[in-house]
Design a protein around this ligand. Sequence first.
Ligand code: PMP
Length: 423
Amino acid sequence: MTSTSQAYFERAQNILPGGVNSPVRACKSVGCEPVFIDRAAGSRMWSVDGEEFIDYVMSWGPMLLGHADKAVEEAAVAAARKGASFGAPCPAEVELGELIREIMPGMELLRMVSSGTEATMSAVRLARGFTGRAKVLKFDGCYHGHSDGFLVSAGSGVATLCIPGTPGVPDAIAGLTLLAPYNDLAGVEAQFQAHGGDIACVIVEPVAGNVGLIPPAPGFLEGLREICTRHGALLIFDEVISGFRAALGGAQQRFGVRPDLTTLGKIIGGGFPVGCYGGRKEIMAHIAPSGPVYQAGTLSGNPVAMAAGLATLKRLAAQDYAALERRTAAFAGELADILRAKGRDIVLNQLASMFTLFFTKTPVTDYATAKTSDNAAYGEFYRQMRAHGVNLAPSGFECAFTSFAHSDADLEATLKAARAVQI
Ligand code: PMP
């Protein structure tokens, strides 16, 4: 019998490429079809067929308070009743901006946009406009959205110039992106030796979350800060995932390293489409209309999204991050032990309310070591957990996220499901 999800996926494939509006949702790499979701609340989601899931995707990070948080929902509904969009300034964008700066003092001036991609793309344009340099250094396996210059493949090792990782990105653009392995300061130094005078910025996920979770090695972020300062390049922390999650004040607070520019997304919109970039005043003052670097958006600072973001950050400021981190560490540790007891090699990376179980025995510190994880085994684990009512990321190279809405009972039920998995 065809389920309602299957019926929707059939229809979706006739209207959306691959049946989805964002590739990983198709569940291809875990060898199954997606579940269509009807609604979500707290730690739970319900499919259009009425199946219930304990969720560890949490919309890929935004829902740190849990789904459909009452305060966020009420703020968004109240704002929507006053009009969805004005195309003119509104109080909430100022209030959210001020609250972000209070929590992340390095964001002296900031600009709201509508996605993480827009935030990183705009920050790089600003870095180029400010420094008068063209090249950008990023790290193997880090993801900064889908704008052209970020979609370069690693090639082999520390390639100096890169080829496009996707058709549609001209070599002339891909060639402006330099790569180094994550956690490898020597690789960064080598790129600066070769291209120092041309590098506008180094952009990094200060806690890498897009090949699975990889924490920064001790000294890595401090080293980047020092190298950038020495060479006159800007340091951009892409905190689209880690902002308000690695700590309330993000990875920059947790590790005590201040970048020149920061990019945010996900959590600051409370589930609505919001991104943001900001940083040192003298740099941000180059953005139009106060300066010459152009960047704009019809829906930027959208009143409904701003209201949801404001309610989210106010609620987060009152949460016990340390307690959630302790509970997540204990839970993820038990999950890893359950799989080890079934004979699997598991490397667990965990930080704050994020973790990844890599199916490998090699410690995972960069993209190359992440790739040693057995994705077929992860796929098997994913499918069986889903059948037991647990929604994990539909890819072995992503983070799992807990939230303040995950109860001890949720975590215990998840461990029970994992014990029942045959792998
Ligand atoms: N930067 C990072 C670190 C991300 O994880 C993502 C999305 N997962 C982005 C940028 C892009 O954000 P968006 O999907 O909102 O464009």
